[in-house]
Ligand binder design. Structure first.
Ligand SMILES: Cc1cc2nc3c(=O)[nH]c(=O)nc-3n(C[C@H](O)[C@H](O)[C@H](O)COP(=O)(O)OP(=O)(O)OC[C@H]3O[C@@H](n4cnc5c(N)ncnc54)[C@H](O)[C@@H]3O)c2cc1C
Length: 400
């Protein structure tokens, strides 16, 4: 019997495991892949995520590994109008680092999972959770499988950190779908022209594309489109992605001579959320708890920070006797406090992003108002409170 069984070794599971092990819990992480593994992601970390990486003891290693440092975000509307927001806004609103990092998930996730092991968690890679074990309706562990071998693992508490299509959330009856059904295609390109030290989003009706340098001369290229286009994507994902990029006049020119250096990965459909993130004996963290749309690029931050909050709640619940729903409630409250404003911002931004008229209005209004643009990317970067956007000056910049 372990104190904690963590399902999934991505940023959410690894962060939960690291903080729980540091708190003295006996933690087992099971991850079905073998790391380093690739993950369909735009691979940009909001500036505030550097605080969490530093607390986990991996920031230095990640920075030294050649991660790109992005100092802002550029948003381009379908008429070519653009706005560039830079991260550090003022002395009062400084992120932990004045840049967001961008690097392949294969490297980032391996480093964070390494932090969990270093903290004392046992990590089993290549092990899949097939189903959950219940006693009197309460989850008490999981059935694990590696190759042909299956075994039961019991635990005092279980953490669902198994991502967007979380089996744990479904088996616990906590999974809920909602929001726009979109698919994403992601690839690594070399020889893209005109890259700066910022991420870029190109929005069109019902879809958007993004570019970000990820170090080593590579660029992460992504496109998010309606899920209804799944069949066309399945026929030839690389051709689909090229066509999506070429449909944006500026991108057509910039990617004309680009080479594909990592196969196109497809992810989705989004979005999903949980009816509740806690139940008797278990909680959900990261994408298993909530994922809406990648437009504001904050999932990794939410996974890292959410893991910390989850570990605190679990340690305190188990110290008090058992991880009952009531004992885990502080986790729900802590998540709401940490993420509620950002959830609203993220949903608004993701829904507006695919409405061209709204986006044009946004870029035209903010083009000459760099301070307000900086504020917007600060909110996206997780170090400016979304409430700052409700200040009269920020609102006026959009409306007038
Ligand atoms: C197209 C796209 C672009 C994105 N871009 C960004 C971005 O630029 N910045 C950002 O911050 N976020 C971005 N995100 C979101 C980000 O990828 C996620 O929020 C983040 O990966 C969540 O981490 P996680 O640990 O919850 O889940 P994951 O990273 O998905 O990890 C879950 C792990 O669980 C394992 N697992 C699943 N099922 C089982 C099982 N049954 N047994 C054992 N192991 C299992 C998986 O193998 C996986 O390793 C993007 C997402 C998408 C889809």
């Amino acid at each position: 019997m372990r104190d904690l069984l963590v399902v999934g070794g991505g940023p959410a599971g690894a962060s939960t495991a690291a903080w729980a092990a540091r708190a003295g819990l006996d933690v087992l992480v099971v991850e079905r892949e073998r790391f380093p593994r690739e993950k369909a992601c735009s691979e940009y970390l909001s500036p505030e995520a550097t605080r969490d990486l530093d607390a986990l003891g991996v920031l230095e290693e990640i920075e030294a590994s050649g991660a790109a440092k992005l100092t802002g975000m550029r948003i381009v509307a379908d008429d070519g109008s653009a706005v560039l927001g830079r991260f550090p806004v003022s002395e009062h609103r400084r992120p932990y680092r004045p840049y967001g990092l961008a690097l392949p998930r294969s490297r980032l996730d391996t480093a964070v999972l390494g932090a969990a092991a270093k903290a004392g968690a046992e990590v089993l890679e290549g092990v899949t959770v097939e189903r959950l074990l219940f006693e009197d309706g309460v989850v008490v562990g999981a059935m694990l499988r590696r190759g042909d071998r299956r075994w039961e693992q019991r635990s005092r508490a279980l953490v669902g950190a198994d991502g967007l299509h979380s089996l744990v959330a479904r088996r616990l009856g906590l999974s809920r779908r909602g929001g726009p059904r979109r698919l994403a295609l992601v690839a690594h390109l070399a020889d893209v022209e005109g890259m700066g030290d910022f991420g870029e989003m190109f929005v069109r009706s019902g879809r958007y594309a993004g570019l970000a340098p990820i170090g080593g001369g590579r660029v992460n290229a992504a496109a998010v489109v309606p899920a209804a286009e799944g069949r066309a994507i399945a026929r030839d994902p690389a051709a689909f992605l090229r066509a999506e990029l070429a449909a944006v006049p500026e991108l057509r020119r910039r990617v004309a001579g680009a080479r594909l250096v990592r196969a196109v990965m497809v992810a989705g459909p989004f979005a999903r959320t949980a009816r509740s993130t806690v139940t008797n004996g278990a909680l959900l963290v990261g994408d298993a708890a909530d994922f809406f749309d990648p437009f504001t690029g904050e999932g990794i931050f939410a996974a890292l920070r959410g893991g910390h909050l989850a570990a605190e709640a679990l340690a305190s619940a188990l110290a008090g006797g058992a991880a009952t729903r009531d004992a885990l409630r502080p986790y729900r409250r802590a998540r709401r406090q940490a993420f509620l404003g950002k959830w609203a911002f993220e949903r608004l931004a993701a829904l507006s992003a695919t409405r061209p008229r709204l986006m044009r209005r946004f870029t035209h209004h903010l083009a000459g108002r760099s301070a307000v643009a900086d504020l917007w990317v600060g909110v996206a970067g997780d170090y400016v409170s979304p409430c700052a956007l409700l200040a009269p000056r920020s609102l006026a910049a959009l409306i007038l």
